[in-house]
Design a binder for this molecule. Sequence first.
Ligand SMILES: [Fe+2]
Ligand SMILES: [Fe+2]
Length: 148
Amino acid sequence: MQIAWKKELEIGNEMIDTQHRMLVLLLKKLDLALTSKMDQKIVMGIMLEIKKFTEFHFLSEENLMSELRYPGLADHERIHSELLGVLNVFIAKINRKQETPEDILPQIVSWVANHVVSEDLKIAEYVKNSSYRPIAEDCYALYFKRYE
Ligand SMILES: [Fe+2]
Ligand SMILES: [Fe+2]
């Protein structure tokens, strides 16, 4: 399947955008491992990378929303925990051989993209106008590469 970072996924917050790029890269890595028929142990290792990185990323966004006193924090947290629940069910089904990663990958890719362009975009829009600022925002320029 076609997995690639797209400009439309860019939401305008450097920290979140950087993490989203990493998440898309991990999905790409899974896709390549599947198409080159890597063994199950390697595929499960990448699934675990995706799960752990997604947990990390969600926490990172939730912390950012707290720093900004973002009014939609509770709703966004609830959506994150539902998505993690879905991901855990996927992984459990793959472990029990009820599903294959090939069947599930397109679903993961589509929920990532949908979540980014709907919910995450709202955070980035809020950041632009909030008088509260993300902690360490002044350091972003040193750590994040700008893609134009
Ligand atoms: Fe996100
Ligand atoms: Fe999110």
